[in-house]
Design a protein around this ligand. Structure first.
Ligand SMILES: NC(=O)c1ccc[n+]([C@@H]2O[C@H](COP(=O)([O-])OP(=O)(O)OC[C@H]3O[C@@H](n4cnc5c(N)ncnc54)[C@H](OP(=O)(O)O)[C@@H]3O)[C@@H](O)[C@H]2O)c1
Length: 227
């Protein structure tokens, strides 16, 4: 049985597919209102239709565009008290290795995985301070161990370090920060299916668990890997 509905809003970036979309479904089942952000407005609209316009809203946003991020955060806060932000938008490498890597792809990855994530958190914090809210950052198992030549992994090492520094800042006013570090998940992140990987729903359950903790409990890291 799902929890009673409330007005609290969870803002999810990267909500148009994969982990973000699965988390939106889990969060609405747990009684959250969700503000769903991504660039693919068709996919967001379909998800809002599925979840219901009273509990879900779509926000077109490229997280690398600060003006769009500022508008997205304000629109989410206008939907209800902004109590949690899942900064989840991200993408991977097109070519492996440092010597063989694609510099344009690196710049896009840095823009989305680092700059976009920082911009979202920067604009959300004043609202989260009001609600003593919760930030969940999508890092990766690839940001917890060395991977030969991986620039993607390096962007997720940033998320790992940033989560600890952000957590220390948010703790001063009773806020919480959770680092999510999934192993391989079968999502459109990959061009081909990954049958032995986690499902997006598996990761969404971990996010829902972290969000469901009472206000004196912080899950500072949720590492989820396939068996
Ligand atoms: N799949 C894995 O094995 C795995 C493992 C560990 C961590 N992760 C991380 O999990 C997160 C979600 O990935 P996923 O596996 O769910 O892949 P996905 O299905 O490809 O989802 C990626 C999401 O990021 C959004 N996005 C990409 N660029 C964006 C931009 N510039 N502005 C706004 N949104 C943008 C995409 O939406 P639009 O294209 O519609 O904008 C999409 O909703 C990523 O941070 C990824 O690094 C994935």
């Amino acid at each position: 049985m799902s929890a009673p509905a409330s007005d609290r809003v969870l803002l999810i970036t990267g909500a148009s597919s994969g982990i973000g979309a699965a988390t939106a479904r889990a969060a609405v089942a747990d009684g959250w209102k969700v503000a769903l952000a991504a660039r693919s407005t068709d996919k967001l609209s379909a998800l809002v239709d599925e979840l219901g316009a009273e509990r879900a809203m779509a926000l077109a946003c490229d997280v690398t565009n600060e003006a769009q991020v500022a508008r997205m955060v304000q629109a989410a806060a206008d939907f209800g008290p902004l109590a949690a932000v899942f900064a989840n938008a991200g993408l991977g490498s097109t070519r492996a290795g440092v010597e063989d890597g694609d510099l344009d792809n690196w710049r896009t990855m840095l823009d989305v995985n680092i700059w976009g994530l920082l911009t979202v958190v920067h604009h959300a914090l004043p609202h989260l301070r009001e609600t003593r809210g919760h930030v969940i950052l999508t890092g990766s198992n690839a940001g917890r161990r060395p991977i030969k030549g991986s620039i993607y992994g390096a962007t997720k090492w940033f998320v790992n370090g940033f989560s600890q520094n952000l957590s220390a800042e948010m703790t001063e006013w009773g806020g919480r920060c959770t680092l999510l570090t999934p192993g391989m998940v079968d999502t459109p992140f990959f061009e081909s299916p990954k049958p032995d990987a986690l499902r997006a729903e598996d990761v969404a359950r971990a996010v829902a668990f972290a969000l469901a903790q009472p206000s004196h409990v912080n899950m500072d890291e949720m590492r989820v890997t396939p068996v």
